[in-house]
Design a binder for this molecule. Structure first.
Ligand code: ZN
Length: 137
């Protein structure tokens, strides 16, 4: 089995933000030469996450952030806020999760028509966030 890995670096501009990284991930898959296999997309940050959902209507990313903000309110008595005041960001990251795995066929991510890969920032802005893309085939 071949394994190819690349780290994407991106910067974020808002406290809470989603960025569509589908094109960058697909570029890594193309560079790997793998035609059939799996692509793991992982972010090594405790206040960020990876999600797959629709970006044809960018309002869905905005709605996702709004829903999380309603569910997990800032400064709502969280214990970790005493340490560095970002407990809500950690909880959002834990719920959405740090990774997604997508099958690859004919050298392409097998995403559905309405699926895109999102990097989710919950404690921005940050000058550099990393996403590790591992292609196995
Ligand atoms: Zn913290």
């Amino acid at each position: 089995m071949a394994c190819y890995q690349k780290t994407l670096r991106l910067s974020t501009h808002q406290p809470n933000e989603v960025q569509d990284i589908t094109a960058q991930v697909q570029q890594v898959v193309a560079a790997s030469g793998v035609t059939q296999g799996l692509c793991a997309i992982y972010t090594p940050h405790a206040t960020a996450a990876i999600a797959i959902n629709e970006n044809a209507d960018p309002a869905i990313g905005t709605d996702l952030l709004a829903a999380l903000r309603k569910l997990i309110r800032d400064h709502d008595g969280w214990l970790h806020d005493r340490i560095d005041d970002n407990a809500a960001a950690h909880i959002k990251s834990a719920l959405v999760g740090p990774s997604e795995t997508v099958p690859i066929a004919q050298g392409k991510l097998l995403l559905g028509t309405w699926q895109n890969v999102f990097f989710c920032e919950f404690d921005g802005p940050r000058a550099e966030r990393r996403v590790i893309v591992t292609v196995m085939g």
